[in-house]
Design a protein around this ligand. Structure first.
Ligand SMILES: [Zn+2]
Length: 232
């Protein structure tokens, strides 16, 4: 069995060097951090000038406050968050049109380079509705669908992985527990649950330090750089 030092990263594409605007959608205040906290922290470190907008559809007063603190810790002055007041568990059923209008009105002005959202196959009705909205509202961007382990089951097979170092994986878990104390009583909101999923995705992607986040992207368009004739 290969040691961590012997593992090599699978050849892959990188995010564009001019990435400057990222939008993250969540149905609930901790969704983005659970599904993509490692990716967001990595992007924040790799693209210090990029801006991030978190748009969260539901949130009680307590959970909205937690989401605000989390976003500030994660994004610093490069980020902003908008949290709606729709009802947890009823997102597709109560005023779905208003939810769509809310998300659309909360988008940043200017170009958006990348969208991070729930996966379309997510079995939680609120997550699935927000995933569908992402597909409707963003026609020109790559959408990375994050995953959340939960009672509903139904995790999909990722087709895109973002490797994380051991330190990054641990930092993600620490951030979740510190930022969302209201969720600590849930049986799925535990260190080992978060680490287990990142470990599994690390195995699948041959991640150098054994951890990764997995995503599903339903559609990507890839261009090929053209070299002018005679250019060297
Ligand atoms: Zn959720």
């Amino acid at each position: 069995m290969a040691s961590a030092q012997e593992r090599t990263l699978m050849n892959g594409f990188s995010f564009p060097s001019d990435l400057s605007s990222v939008v993250c959608l969540g149905a609930h205040p901790d969704d983005i951090e659970i599904g993509a906290g490692g990716l967001v922290a990595s992007l924040r470190g790799g693209y210090p000038d990029a801006t991030f907008r978190f748009i969260v559809v539901t949130g009680s007063e307590e959970r909205t406050a937690e989401a605000g603190v989390s976003a500030t810790m994660l994004l610093g002055t490069n980020g902003s968050i908008v949290v709606g007041e729709f009802t947890d568990g009823f997102v597709p059923y109560e005023n779905p049109g208003d939810v769509k209008r809310f998300v659309r009105s909360a988008l940043p002005t200017g170009g958006i380079d990348l969208v991070i959202a729930p996966q379309l196959s997510d079995r939680h009705q609120d997550h699935a509705f927000v995933a569908a909205l992402a597909g409707q509202l963003f026609r020109d961007q790559v959408i990375l669908g994050y995953e959340i382990a939960k009672f509903d089951g139904g995790l999909d097979a990722p087709n895109l992985y973002v490797p994380l170092s051991s330190m990054e994986a641990s930092a993600k878990v620490a951030h979740l527990k510190e930022s969302f104390p209201s969720q600590l009583g849930h049986h799925w909101f535990t260190d080992d649950a978060f680490l287990a999923l990142m470990k599994l995705r690390g195995i699948e992607s041959n991640a150098p330090e054994g951890f990764a986040e997995g995503f599903v992207t339903t559609k990507m368009v890839v261009g090929v750089a053209k070299t002018a004739p005679g250019a060297s």
